[in-house]
Write a protein that binds this ligand. Structure first.
Ligand code: MG
Length: 212
């Protein structure tokens, strides 16, 4: 499953023309570039963060790994998609690796390895489709349900409703009780993105049975 067309209620996070919907980590101007409809990391300039914040949502984006034939491991096309700026879905060129681990493409970094390796080769566009359910808190402010995430990578299920025990390394903050933006990681590699949008989701459905 991969949704390539943004529905009417989607929030368009990259318009293909500029980075006006984004800032740097510190709130200053975003340092990445819009080039020919593509959002390009400018390696070494830092992460970028959406101005829009989310609670529960569905996210679609496309990414492209640079061709780095001599690079290995975490140095091969590293970036990352931080859901609510706190939970990294790893972006890496892990193409062809038989058994991806907890730091490879599609991993919830250091928490959950992808179920299968769904990577395409470097320089091919790939899709992430993510269903995100925020942590739930009771009236006393105590966490009662952890975050849950489902991820499709190039249309294949790689994370099946996994529970996240907390934020991942490099999170912008660790307050799981508040909405957060999307963050794209600069890990020093020329990774590109396009077609980034999210649909905010209601926290629950109604209690009615059938139309009234
Ligand atoms: Mg990363």
């Amino acid at each position: 499953m991969s949704c390539t067309q943004a529905p009417d209620d989607a929030v368009i996070l990259f318009n293909g023309k500029d980075v006006s919907n984004w800032t740097a980590r510190n709130g200053g101007p975003a340092t990445w570039k819009a080039v020919d409809g593509i959002l390009q990391c400018v390696p070494g300039t830092g992460d970028i963060v959406t101005k829009e914040v989310f609670t529960d949502f569905f996210l679609h984006l496309e990414f492209r790994s640079p061709d780095m034939p001599d690079a290995t491991g975490q140095g091969k096309g590293n970036s990352g998609v931080y859901l609510k700026c706190r939970y990294e879905v790893q972006v890496l060129d892990s193409y062809g690796w038989e058994k991806p681990g907890m730091g490879d493409c599609g991993a919830i970094y250091d928490q959950h390895a992808p179920l299968v390796n769904a990577c395409k080769p470097a320089m091919e566009w790939q899709t992430y489709d993510v269903v995100f359910r925020s942590a739930r808190f009771n009236d006393a402010g105590e966490l009662v349900e952890h975050v849950r995430v489902t991820v499709f990578h190039n249309g294949r299920v790689i994370q099946n409703n996994v529970e996240l025990p907390g934020v991942t390394g490099g999170a912008l903050d660790d307050d799981e009780s508040v909405p957060g933006p999307l963050l794209l990681q600069d890990h020093g590699n020329l990774v590109s993105y396009r077609n980034i949008w999210a649909v905010p989701l209601p926290l629950e459905g109604s209690k009615i049975y059938g139309p009234e």
